[in-house]
Design a protein around this ligand. Structure first.
Ligand code: IPD
Ligand code: CA
Ligand code: CA
Length: 262
């Protein structure tokens, strides 16, 4: 099953890579002002659905582009066929395929394919995390002052977005800094690999974080929602850290963001 899944993900990734630079302005649809999609996302999703259905017959799907019936079932694939669509459409070489496998409501396997770096991140519950077959682990840094974080910006109510930016201000002044890469799945994979100490984001969907979260956990990190709970998959709030700065980052998010929007 695993090798069929990985072959499918790499084929979808190869398709996306081959289409880079070819999408015309007319082929870009706006789901909303900042939420873009093209035939590339949809075709990649169809390729994934076909291959993954063959790998695990009777499985059901939760997918961003809803090219297949969305279902509930014992085995469910949670898929973002192209995470980082804006980067992809602007020729910025950082976008990924994110595939998670859920069994009876629990994520048991996850893959994030960093397409342009040919980096396939994988984790299986209880069995560790890997990049192209080699074990990976989170950073050992335990001082938030020396932490490099990564985030993404939410869209929506201006006052909420403005408050969210307070976190960025604090981390910029008081820590090593913050990056915004444009693919949440890659952000998580890079936390798992120790490149970043932390990732936090507001208003993501399950398909953005399902695979990457398991990879972080299996690499030794910790995932929570903004209040330290475990509602990060569907709760639209996520903090992922190396496990050593969760408390400090939660405090920053509470003081500079949550307390301001309540
Ligand atoms: C987006 C990326 C981005 C995050 C956005 C997501 P998409 O996914 O993960 O990093 O900040 O909010 O929607 O739309 O490129 O699949
Ligand atoms: Ca996404
Ligand atoms: Ca997407």
């Amino acid at each position: 099953m695993k090798s069929k899944v990985e072959q499918t993900i790499k084929e979808a990734g190869a398709f996306i890579r081959a289409e880079a630079g070819k999408v015309s302005v007319q082929q870009i649809e706006h789901k909303s002002l900042n939420n873009l999609v093209s035939y590339v996302d949809k075709t990649a999703e169809e390729m994934l659905v076909k291959g993954l259905s063959e790998a695990l017959p009777d499985s059901v799907f939760l997918t961003e582009e809803a090219t297949v019936e969305q279902g509930e079932g014992e085995w469910r694939w949670i898929i973002d066929p192209l995470d980082g669509t804006t980067n992809f459409l602007h020729g910025i070489p950082l976008f990924s395929v994110s595939v998670a496998l859920e069994h009876q409501g629990e994520i048991v396997m996850g893959w994030v394919y960093d397409i342009m770096h040919d980096g396939l991140y994988f984790a299986e519950k209880g069995k560790g995390a890997f990049r192209n077959g080699k074990p990976i682990s989170v950073s050992a840094q335990d001082n938030i002052e020396y932490a490099l974080s990564v985030t993404g910006f939410p869209y929506g109510k201006p006052e909420v977005v403005e408050a969210y930016m307070n976190i960025l201000l604090y981390l910029t002044h008081e820590t090593r800094g913050v990056r915004r890469l444009g693919s949440a799945a890659i952000d998580l994979a890079y936390v798992a690999e120790g490149k970043f100490e932390a990732f936090y984001e507001y208003k993501l969907n399950a398909w953005d974080v399902a695979a990457g979260s398991l990879i972080v956990q299996e690499a030794g990190g910790i995932i929570t929602d903004f209040s330290g709970g475990d509602n990060y998959l569907f709760g639209r709030q996520i903090i992922a850290t190396n496990g050593k700065i969760t408390k400090d980052l939660m405090e920053v998010i509470k003081t500079h963001f949550l307390d301001k929007i309540l």
